[in-house]
Design a binder for this molecule. Sequence first.
Ligand SMILES: *Cc1c(COP(=O)(O)O)cnc(C)c1O
Length: 293
Amino acid sequence: MISLPYNSPEEEIHHPLFSEKNIRVYLKRDDLIHPFISGNKWRKLKYLLQKANLANKNHLVTFGGVWSNHLIATACAAAKSGLKSTGIVRGEPINTDSLALCRLFGMKLIFADRERYRDKQRLFNLYFQDDPDALFINEGGYSEEAAKGCAELVEELDQDYDHIFCACGTGATAAGIINGLRQQHSSSCLHAITVLKGDFLKDEIDRLLLAPSDFSFHSDYHFGGYAKTTPALINFIADFASHTGILIDPVYTGKMMFALFDIARKDLFLPGSKILAIHTGGLFGLLGMKDKF
Ligand SMILES: *Cc1c(COP(=O)(O)O)cnc(C)c1O
């Protein structure tokens, strides 16, 4: 079974805004965990791989879009673990840089149009009902196992933070961190930044909580919806990269950092606050939008 190679560092980042507002901002560099099983994806897959192992399933079947970081991570993790993998991909057949990586890692790809893609269990049954080796892994790895792996991030922290920021696609990572904070009796406030339009992710986070817990849910930073951007977001990402030497992407971490900066500008952090942002990795999303930079 694969295991996390090391604890990712917490790196302080500097920006004139942070000095002006007298706050300190750190990035948990989960993007450095692995180039392909990047960021939260390693944490999310850890216990799903253990589940596959215990159930003697040697074929991971999962779901994602044509730029899905989760598909790349699953393909690579399966290859490392000696397992087969299949990705059921939303949309018409197309090749993207991300899907090319999936294929390189030996993942078989099946395309399903948006209508069919909606019912994932049905698709799984359609293709793999008779395959006793196949393990269903939900889109983005959303599961109790994923949340359990993400909770472990909290045990690694070197210091206490007043606020922790995390981008949400399925909500499993945010839920795991909230569970971890509770287990560690931490009083840090978790800020979940949804990258999708609407409030439904709040319920998806709640569903994976081990006990009802408060957190701060921000639904104003989706920039039009999943994988949608605006010139302001693109400029922000370029400004951030040129000030820090760290890349963030327009789909997830760019929106999360934008939220952090916006909240700082509005003076909603007390002076002296310590803030941690989780760099959940997933930089291949940038390749899908390289023309914008
Ligand atoms: C997959 C992904 C997320 C979303 O994580 P969830 O657990 O699905 O909410 C966030 N950031 C990046 C970079 C990702 O690739």
